[in-house]
Every structure is written in C-alpha cells, then in structure tokens.
Design a protein around this ligand. Structure first.
Ligand code: SF4
Length: 232
C-alpha cells in the first residue's frame, strides 16, 4: 500500500516536469536529449526507486554541508548563479579556506563507481567550470561521497577558459536549434556512450535516425510509432 502511494508520488512529480531553460547539469550532455526535453517529446518514465536515490543524494549533500557549516568555512550555500539569459544553476556552496575561496560541488555515488574514480568525471568538471565562470571564482572542489560507506574523495579544479568557452558555445548552438526547431544529430558513439544507456528518449532517438532533421519530420515519425503502438 505505502509502496504504491510513494511510487505514485514520484511518478506524478516526474510527469509534471518540463524543461524550459538550460540547467548547468546540461553542460556537455547530449544535445539531442536536451532538445527532446524542451520539446516535451515522448519519454520512458524513470523508475521511482531511481528517483528516490536522487533525493537520497540531496540528503547526503545536506549532511556534508552541515559539517562544513559547523567548522565555519561556508560563505554561501545552495547559491544560484547570477541571472542571465542562457542558463540557470545552483552550486552546493562557496567556501573559504585560509585566504582562498572555492566553489564546492558535492556528488554522491555507489561504492563501485567511487572505487573506480581516478580523476573527476568529465560531466562533473564541466558543471564546476561553469560555476567558476559565473561566480568569477578561479578554483573549485569536487567532493565525491561514497553513499554506501560514507568515504570521501576530493579533487581541486582550476578554472579553464577553453572548456568554459566550448561549453557555452555548445549551449548557444543548441538554443538556436531549439528556437529554429532543428533536431540535433544523435551522439556519434551512441552504441557505447553512457548517456544513451540511461536515456529516456532512446526509443524515439533510434526511430528518427542519427542525423540532424527538422522537428516536424521527427514528430511525424514519432507520431507514426505512437499510433502503431496504440493499434497493437
Ligand atoms: S539515446 Fe543517446 S544520442 Fe539519443 S538522445 Fe539519448 S543520449 Fe542522445
């Protein structure tokens, strides 16, 4: 009884989410997947168990922040990037240690991923680079938490203007595609890219093929698939 109620809560919350602006977490992600989110394309639901794991991750972040507040180094927490047209985002914290300020981003993961972590994950560094850019702070820390054992591992990241420029250009190009209804190409390494493994749009992505195409043509193919499913 309670499981069904809780599962439904998560399903409903997810269903009502539609993307209308870029988030920092979109930086460096598959442009086609983000495009589909903006267009509210048909997607596979996420298992409520996974959604609960995301919430659990947020809870772990707050525990870590509590400890950092207690040692007196947090200057701001859950702080939004300055408002501008392209992108929104909220960093976990800005901290100061000695004379240095850092943007802090906390990521939690299971033991298997944590143990294999020899360097920061690229997608996490991309996000942090954009925080460094928007907060005008030259250094940041990625703090990884092992959800199973509570072990910690930290990586210091320096601002890299080349990465920032490339990420902002990609997002601007994608915004132009969204505005002009041009569906971006699929990822070139679709068969082995981790993003495709977890993508909610995998079915429609295969259906419309790999290349750029107009959103109207893509929609026609998707609608034909939906009709076929209804008829079965
Ligand atoms: S399946 Fe892969 S290439 Fe296609 S939209 Fe999803 S992430 Fe992008």
């Amino acid at each position: 009884m309670l499981k069904e109620l809780i599962d439904n809560f998560y399903k409903e919350r997810e269903k009502n989410r539609q993307q209308t602006k870029f988030w920092i977490t979109d930086a460096g992600r598959c442009p086609r997947m983000i495009f589909f989110k903006f267009k509210n394309a048909p997607k596979k639901g996420i298992d409520p168990r996974i959604l609960r794991m995301f919430d659990h991750g947020d809870y772990i972040h707050r525990l870590i922040l509590n400890a950092l507040f207690s040692v007196g180094i947090v200057r701001a927490s859950e702080i939004n990037i300055p408002s501008q047209e392209l992108i929104s985002g909220r960093a976990d914290a800005i901290i100061s240690v000695g004379d240095e300020m850092y943007v802090l981003d906390i990521k939690s993961m299971n033991s298997m991923v944590f143990r294999g972590l020899e360097k920061p994950k690229e997608e996490n560094e991309n996000q942090l680079q954009l925080y460094l850019h928007y907060f005008k702070i030259p250094k940041g820390i990625l703090l990884y938490v092992n959800k199973d054992t509570q072990d910690l591992r930290e990586f210091f990241i320096e601002k890299n203007q080349e990465i920032i420029d490339a990420l902002l250009k990609e997002l601007q190009d994608l915004k132009n595609k969204i505005d002009s209804d041009e569906t971006p190409a699929a990822l070139a390494d679709r068969s082995k890219n981790w993003q495709c493994q977890y993508c909610q749009f995998k079915d429609i992505c295969s259906l419309i093929g790999e290349d750029n195409l107009s959103w109207d043509s893509a929609k026609n193919k998707i609608e034909a698939l939906e009709t076929k499913k209804e008829d079965q």
